[in-house]
Design a protein around this ligand. Sequence first.
Ligand SMILES: *Cc1c(COP(=O)(O)O)cnc(C)c1O
Length: 348
Amino acid sequence: MNVIDFRSDTVTWPTPEMREAMAYAPVGDDVYGEDPTVNELEAESAALLGKEAGLFVTSGTMGNITAALTHCGRGDEMIVGREAHMFRYEAGSSSALGGIHPHIIDVQPDGTLPLDNIRRAIRGDNEHFPRTRLICLENTQGTIGGIPITAAYTAEVGVLAREHGLKLHIDGARIFNAAVALRTTAKELVRDADSVSFCLSKGLCAPVGSVLVGSREFIRQARRTRKSLGGGMRQAGILAAAGLIAIRTMIDRLADDHANACALAEGLAAIPHVEIDLSKVQTNMVFFDLTDDAPISPTELADRLHREYNILIRPYPGYTRKFRAVTHYWITREHVETTLAAMRELLA
Ligand SMILES: *Cc1c(COP(=O)(O)O)cnc(C)c1O
């Protein structure tokens, strides 16, 4: 990569080992269930998360929609965070495609939905109400800082869900970042979930794809949902081959990304006109604000970092003075130092 690209971990290129594996991957027709590499990726992903079965899907968004549409019918309701990707960034697909009514709860600064608020959001049996079917959590919680959610909290939500006959879905786009940060396993973090979707194409560096996991029966239904969404792929083993390398070799190294995020955050905290809450930097995301009295505007800062230093950091969509920097495989400690030096020059 010739730019230092902090915009997201979605910008990661596949590693040379992935490209090699993709070139020689055994393949078959996956809609017939005959692609051995896809089958291997689905089985290994399920085992890694302690579930019975897995389903390879094109994106994290497709994983979440497939889960929501499989758990819920039209007019059913899902409880979801106002700041969740499933509510904010998926083109309203659960309601547009599935007729699912979202019931929104504010996400707390620690990334959780308060148990009492979830409890209050669950509908009683009354013909006026939609039927509550699903609770959705996000781990790590992206928009509020990449905050990892603990197994203990998720277990409490699991109890609540079971008490009310509801399903629990976890949008685990970055579940392995959460596991590494909390020094536990992803399996432990999703023990109480009925379904989990995780991304291969973010910090794990695969070029395309996510995996949805759950019970054998849930995945059987989800295959049908995926087909109906146009997501049945054929010789997808080419893509799954990179996914296998992602889950076999790219998880533990996420700790390096977290250390680089910490170094970036600590460096930024020492630069005038930068405001940052270091306690929020727990995984690979660094959110910071430019103060009103900064010598240059946020857009000018972003433009000059790009033009003069070949560094991409952008104001966070929907905010004027807030930036988000995401560390990943293609960002080294040296890149972090270069970036801090550039910021010091531009904000002097
Ligand atoms: C990236 C992301 C997704 C899925 O995104 P795609 O771009 O569709 O792969 C889902 N949830 C969260 C929290 C994400 O960050």
